[in-house]
Design a protein around this ligand. Structure first.
Ligand SMILES: [Ca+2]
Length: 253
């Protein structure tokens, strides 16, 4: 019977005598094949052990961690275009600038301020806000501005934007306010409604070319707490309306 022990002995004998006999070659080949089965098995076993080790290392050094919860998409705080809040925190994304086309700086005036002409220059800058349009009907103002909730009297705002005239022609502007206000277009006074007074309006007509025009609007609030600030226009062949948000373009201010 050909046992593995016998085959090993035959292989050893052939190797020692360096015989070229075909039987030896066949036997040694067979033996080699028999023996050669071990290394791959061993390598495989080692590989498994290595794999296990690697797995254990990974487990011990890096315990399973649940994937992080995806960051929730930031909710836009951009107010809707029809928001009733006239004074809003400015959201500075490009898209938001288009939605909030009017930028206004808020100044604190001295107590007892009587007009823009007499007191605006001495105002103390407090914050910057954004507006969708000038549409604050006569109402109580007790909330104050974003970031300055207590400022509801003796303040002024200086607003800037581009005003886009859709066509050439005469435009009538009406400025209603409590207290005073002044509208400038292209650095010229168009409507002067300055002074401390209850809700009242003044108007003027100007000829504008189609396109954008520099708009600056000053407003001040005297004693608490009623305020009003509305800017109306009557474009050529149109009815009067509050100048819509779509007519304003953001300017860096
Ligand atoms: Ca007032």
């Amino acid at each position: 019977m050909l046992t593995e022990k016998n085959l090993r002995s035959a292989f050893a004998l052939c190797f020692t005598l360096s015989l070229a006999h075909s039987g030896c070659t066949q036997e040694s080949t067979f033996t080699a094949k028999s023996v050669s089965r071990q290394p791959p098995a061993k390598v495989a076993a080692e590989q498994v052990a290595s794999d296990d080790s690697t797995s254990e290392d990974v487990v011990s050094e890096s315990p399973p961690i649940a994937p992080p919860e995806p960051e929730p998409e930031p909710q836009s705080t951009t107010p809707p275009a029809n928001s009733n809040d006239p004074f809003q925190e400015c959201i500075l994304g490009d898209e938001d600038r288009a939605k909030q086309p009017i930028v206004a700086k808020v100044y604190q005036l001295r107590t007892g301020a009587g007009s823009l002409e007499s007191d605006f220059a001495a105002g103390v800058y407090r914050t910057k806000i954004c507006m969708l349009k000038f549409d604050v009907p006569d109402r109580a103002f007790t909330e104050g501005f974003p970031g300055i909730p207590g400022l509801f009297e003796w303040f002024a705002i200086e607003a800037r934007s581009k005003l886009v005239a859709p066509v050439d022609g005469n435009y009538r502007f009406r400025l209603l306010s409590d207290d005073g206000s002044i509208l400038y277009l292209n650095n010229n006074v168009v409507v002067n409604n300055d002074g401390q007074h209850p809700p009242s309006s003044k108007e003027a007509t100007v000829n504008l070319n189609a396109g954008s025009h520099d708009l600056r609007l000053l407003y001040f609030q005297g004693p608490a707490t009623q305020i009003a600030l509305q800017l109306f226009w009557t474009p050529p062949a149109k009815e009067e309306e509050v100048v819509p948000t779509s007519a304003f373009r953001y300017v860096d201010f």
